[in-house]
Ligand binder design. Structure first.
Ligand code: VZ5
Ligand code: ZN
Length: 251
């Protein structure tokens, strides 16, 4: 009958490489073939900052290879497209990846795409080697010297759907001192959860103050026209099953 027919045409996607994950350092394998990652952000061009209803996003001009990440697990340079953050409602949780079960207060994702193999970001976002996301943990402590450039702009993008110019910001100022990393094959952490991300998670966090982090929590999930005002917080996905994947560690 039609019901049985409908059932056997339903597509089931098998999810085997979902993100984030809990990273257990002593279970990660040191791979001598893993070179250091190289970030060429010196000619990067930020364009705007926006609230997409999930996070606050800074977008870059990705029409050429002016800002790329390469080396490490990557076979070719990947172009910087955007960065965004995930955070909690209180300091003890907010990151997406955890380390031996421990969360950080926030996590920064620098998103790059494989413009050598794919024509557009959206096409790359559905390919198994399409995206490379550099994850950086944020710890709470002293003020971060450069984060104010971003937190001072957040009041301009309070509502979902708001966007404003954000020029000449170089994300190099958000990197920790060491580029040691863990790497594994994973996915987007929000729907449609495409399994298209080579994750590179830096071992060392950067430090920001509670005051600076608090400014992210004044953003809203909701738009200006909506009567409900939902504070943007806890926009992180919990760790997903490893399903036999290997996490590799840089030297
Ligand atoms: C990696 C950063 C990123 C990209 C995308 C999402 C989420 C993302 O953040 S995360 N945390 O790095 O996974 C969810 C929406 C996705 C987008 C990639 C491009 C799309 C798949 C579009 O084609 C349609 C929906 C889009
Ligand atoms: Zn993210």
């Amino acid at each position: 009958n039609s019901h049985a027919h409908a059932l056997n045409t339903v597509m089931f996607t098998v999810e085997i490489r979902q993100s984030p994950i809990d990273i257990v350092p002593h279970q990660a394998s040191r791979d001598p073939n893993l070179s250091q990652i190289v970030l060429n952000y010196d000619r990067c061009t930020s364009i705007n900052i926006s609230n997409n209803g999930h996070s606050v996003v800074v977008e870059f001009d990705d029409t050429d290879d002016r800002s790329v990440i390469q080396g490490g697990p990557l076979d070719n340079p990947y172009r910087l497209k955007q960065f965004h953050f995930h955070w909690g409602e209180k300091g003890c949780e907010g990151s997406e990846h955890t380390v031996s079960g421990n969360s950080y207060a926030s996590e920064l994702h620098l998103v790059h795409w494989n413009a050598v193999k794919y024509k557009t970001f959206d096409e790359a976002a559905t390919a198994p080697d399409g995206l490379a996301v550099l994850g950086i943990f944020l710890d709470t402590g002293d003020d971060h010297r450069w984060l104010h450039t971003i937190t001072d702009a957040l009041y301009m993008v309070k509502f979902k759907g708001s966007i404003t110019d954000f020029k000449d910001f170089n994300p190099k100022c958000l990197l920790p001192s060491s580029l040691h990393y863990w790497t594994y094959l994973g996915s987007l952490t929000t729907p449609p959860l495409h399994e298209s991300v080579i994750w590179i998670v830096l071992k060392d966090p950067i430090t920001v103050s509670e005051k600076q982090l608090g400014k992210f929590r004044m953003l809203l999930f909701t738009g200006e026209e909506e009567d409900q005002r939902l504070r943007m917080e806890n926009n992180f996905r919990p760790p997903q099953p490893l399903k036999g994947r290997k996490v590799r560690s840089s030297n």
